[in-house]
Write a protein that binds this ligand. Structure first.
Ligand code: SF4
Length: 378
């Protein structure tokens, strides 16, 4: 079996911390990159990146863990990890982008509970992540104090779930639920487990990718006490599949937690067959099931990441027969009416610059189809 990269397992050469500090998730969170000077310890920032850090300070700040920063190429601004987390001026050039493209606020019966389907909810338990992905669907929420959940607000949400017997499946998301300490998460899971109609609890977390040291044996032992627990994580590029990330996923799977992956199709990052195949095959080597590949949303500040639906369809078609069937994720478009598979079943028609898809309940949704105007460069 091909080994995973050891990059990020220890501090980069010359970095002033001990190996124990480096692998301590609290140290990583305290020492996150927040300024151009911090960033310059890992890469040589371009003029565009420096300007963007200042210009976006009030709109969507940047925060990066030292671990994830150590995966970035110091000299190549088109490095796929760097492009996911370092601001660029292109974020200010997206007139079509929306703050809440899935109308999540409209679908919230109480704060931070999003209900699109009758039996499932996304419960955004906090507003914090280890780092801020530039294409984050919830950038309106991540890092913004007004979306934090006080214990009283968590209580209101739990009461709503308790009073809504149709809810069978709860996805804890955010932000990132694993940014919570073990004790708080244990309390929250215990509260959910005390609700008889809640069968499944899922955690949506990017920490196996961005801060794998957070996935400790103690955390996994605690999660195991609340089974059935499922985890969906979010790798986008094969270079994120490091030894440290593989070890984090291994700890989860050894605790009996099925781990799936939800990637986002991102221009210049994973929108080609070779990269997507390497990502999916690497995930399977880690015993992580490639589950969804999302069409990027019409989200503000992300025009430079979006690719036409046709490109995604081509990639999925090319994977078929060239790799194991279970290594191929389902290509989906998320809409305010729910997720729709993009393929013969969901894609109803192309209509001018839009695609029209049919949601699970028969409603039709019209989505602008991004224009292919060449490769995204530096
Ligand atoms: S980890 Fe997820 S929720 Fe957090 S910024 Fe990235 S995409 Fe958004």
């Amino acid at each position: 079996m091909k080994p995973f990269s050891t990059r990020g397992s220890t501090p980069p050469p010359g970095f002033d911390c001990t190996p124990d500090q480096w692998s301590d998730p609290s140290w990583q969170m305290r020492n996150r990159i927040r300024t151009v000077d911090d960033l310059a310890r890992f890469v040589t920032p371009t003029d565009d990146e420096v300007r963007a850090v200042g210009a976006l300070a009030e709109r969507f700040r940047f925060v990066i863990t030292p671990y994830y920063a150590s995966l970035m190429d110091a000299d190549d601004p088109s490095c796929p990890m760097r492009r996911q987390v370092v601001p660029r001026m292109a974020e200010l050039d997206d007139p079509a982008g929306l703050a809440d493209p899935l109308s999540e606020v409209e679908h919230s019966p109480v704060k931070n509970v999003v209900r699109v389907y009758p039996d499932r909810i996304a419960f955004c338990v906090n507003n914090e992540c280890a780092l801020y992905c530039r294409y984050c669907l919830r950038k309106r929420m991540v890092g913004e104090p007004e979306w934090a959940m006080k214990k009283r607000e968590l209580g209101v949400a739990l009461e709503w779930i308790r009073a809504t017997p149709e809810i069978r499946d709860v996805l804890l998301t955010g932000g990132d639920p694993l940014v919570y300490g073990d004790d708080r998460l244990d309390w929250l899971l215990g509260e959910l487990r005390s609700i008889p109609h809640v069968d499944i609890i899922r955690l949506g977390t990017r920490l196996p990718v961005t801060l794998p040291f957070r996935v400790t044996e103690a955390l996994c032992a605690m999660l195991e006490r609340h089974h059935p627990i499922w985890v969906n994580t979010h790798f986008n590029h094969p270079a994120e599949l490091t030894e440290a990330a593989a070890a984090a996923c291994d700890r989860l799977t050894r605790a009996g937690i099925p781990v799936g992956n939800q990637s986002v199709l991102l221009r210049g990052i994973n929108d080609d067959v070779t990269t997507m195949k390497a990502l999916c095959e690497g995930l399977v080597r880690m015993r992580v099931r490639p589950y969804y590949c999302y069409q990027a949303q019409m989200l503000e500040g992300t025009a430079h990441f979006r690719v036409p639906v046709e490109r995604g369809l081509e990639i999925m078609r090319a994977l078929r027969g060239r790799t194991s069937g279970f290594a191929i994720p389902l290509y989906v478009l998320d809409t305010p009416y729910g997720k729709v598979p993009l393929g013969p079943d969901g894609l109803r028609q192309r209509d001018g610059d839009d695609v029209v898809v049919e949601a699970w309940d028969g409603r039709l949704w019209r989505e602008p189809n991004p224009v292919d105007d060449g490769p995204e460069g530096t």
